[in-house]
Ligand binder design. Structure first.
Ligand SMILES: *Cc1c(COP(=O)(O)O)cnc(C)c1O
Length: 481
């Protein structure tokens, strides 16, 4: 398998060449040169595989420059009942006839990002050791991504994590999750400012190419290809679970979406031949994706026009993985994709309405819908009273939108993207009481916290990193932002 850029300007590369990287050198995103095809006989053969073995047979189609035995060992170490709470890893819970919840949030940080990030931790450690390199991950977080990255990278050889967060602005639970870590390779930096200040500091440091090379700075953001590919696995797992008893063959999925990484994995599973009928994109009040799927217009918002909502992990102004989908939609044409993103830069939007390409949206199975605070609260209440189940705010957005797209006889699987314990304030508003939390997280807020407080000062951040991440001689190829 070789990888190309969505904008057509990158010589073909192998999986481990792109693993640690960010954007392609031409500003595009890396994509596989083809989607491996899975026929019916293979699907049936894979049906009985445990999660880790299913992950192995799928991953090796995309990653052929890690020896089979090594890759198999890596995924077996990643997908354990100890880390994910059950041998199923991603259990399927039936809510009613033809409505299911795929429980993706039983990993260490209680959000679906763990499924991919935990694998990334093992893959990074393996590849860095093989190449005798180190990596210093520099990131900014408002909550979910930072903790998932820290729990995936903690204690890993050759890796340090420097994670910036806005001081006193994360929820007490999220703060405790990150700041209570005692691992020597994890550095929490609480910045006097808001999330955008943290993001700007990371950009400024990454933009200093000499510093970045000297200190082997990299990222683990949502455009990382290995994260997308790790998520393909659970669409297969869910399809096997839903179709185990015979009956319907086609299954629909609803995916709470922000940066379009999760639902892109569903699209890839469908392109590989998994019998998926519909992929329902569910957004919150930040409806840039819903607008595209309804109208053909892609119009990223300015930061000032991005709403702060009660499903904060979907508060995005632009969907960073969306370019991979559009590349596929326009027939994998790099020049056309590059032209569309030039339009975004110069005119602020592109419009595919009325084009033959936009007509393919239907053939790709995509539909969409948006949710809002009132709908979210109503869905949390309804789900609790009907099924005795408390869902988090993002999952509630998905369940609300899923109802609009259910069809008789077609099972609908809703992806649970976090546990309600992470978003207690809104659960209290909806139900008048606190959500439960897994036993391991009882009293986490009272653990000792370890972090460094810092003004939004780039020079100070550079000094802090340089003192803890010794300079390397050879320039690494790691990771553009
Ligand atoms: C990251 C996140 C999302 C959005 O996922 P994308 O892959 O960015 O579309 C939704 N819900 C939760 C809880 C998340 O943490």
């Amino acid at each position: 398998m070789r990888y190309l850029s969505t904008r057509g300007g990158m010589p073909p590369q192998r999986f481990t060449d792109i693993l640690l990287g960010g954007l392609a050198p031409d500003g595009g995103l890396v994509v596989p040169e083809h989607y491996p095809a899975i026929d019916e006989a293979t699907l049936e053969k894979w049906r009985a595989l445990p999660y880790a073995d299913l992950a192995f047979v799928l991953l090796r189609l995309f990653c052929d420059d890690i020896a089979d035995a090594d890759l198999h060992a890596l995924v077996r170490r990643t997908y354990t009942a100890e880390t994910f709470g059950s041998p199923d890893i991603v259990p399927l819970r039936g809510l009613e006839t033809d409505l299911h919840l795929l429980q993706l949030s039983n990993g260490p940080t209680l959000a679906f990002k763990d499924v991919a990030m935990q694998l990334l931790g093992h893959l990074f450690e393996y590849v860095l050791a093989r190449e005798g390199r180190a990596l210093n991950i520099l990131g900014a977080t408002s909550g979910d991504t930072g903790s998932a990255a820290e729990y995936a990278m903690r204690g890993r050889r050759g890796i340090r994590v420097f994670m910036l967060s806005p001081a006193d602005r994360m929820s007490p639970f999220q703060t405790a999750q990150m700041f209570s870590l005692r691992d020597e390779n994890i550095f929490n930096i609480a910045v006097d400012g808001v999330f955008d200040d943290c993001q700007d500091m990371v950009k400024a440091v990454s933009g200093d190419l000499r510093f970045k090379a000297r200190h082997a700075i990299g990222t683990v953001n949502s455009i990382n290809w290995a994260r997308v590919v790790a998520q393909v696995v659970y669409y297969f797992k869910a399809w096997f679970a839903v179709t185990a008893e015979g009956g319907a063959r086609e299954v629909s999925f609803t995916v709470p979406s922000g940066n379009f990484g999760n639902v892109l994995a569903g699209h890839i599973a469908r392109r590989m031949g998994l019998p998926i009928r519909r992929l329902v994109v569910a957004t919150n009040e930040n409806d840039v994706l819903d607008e595209f799927f309804r109208t053909g217009v892609y119009r990223p918002r300015a930061t000032a026009d991005t709403h702060q909502t009660s499903s904060p992990s979907m508060d995005i102004s632009k969907a960073s993985n969306f370019e991979r989908f559009v590349w596929d939609l326009v027939g994998q044409d790099g020049a056309r994709t590059a032209a569309l993103w030039r339009e975004v830069e110069t005119r602020g939007a592109f419009d595919l309405s009325g084009t033959p390409e936009f007509a393919r949206i239907g053939a790709f199975g995509f539909v969409s819908g948006a949710s809002n605070h009132a709908t979210r609260l109503a869905t949390i209440r309804e789900t609790e009273s009907r099924y005795g189940l408390v869902v988090d705010t993002h999952t509630a957005d998905g369940l609300a939108v899923a109802q609009r797209w259910r069809e008789p006889g077609v099972p609908m699987v809703c992806l649970e993207t976090a546990l309600p314990a992470k978003f207690a304030e809104t659960i209290r508003e909806a139900l008048g009481r606190d959500p439960g939390r897994p036993a391991a997280y009882e009293g986490i807020e009272s653990l000792a916290q370890r972090y460094t407080r810092m003004p939004a000062d780039v020079a100070m951040l550079k000094r802090y990193v340089a003192e803890r991440a010794p300079a390397v001689d050879a320039a690494p190829t790691a990771a553009a932002a």
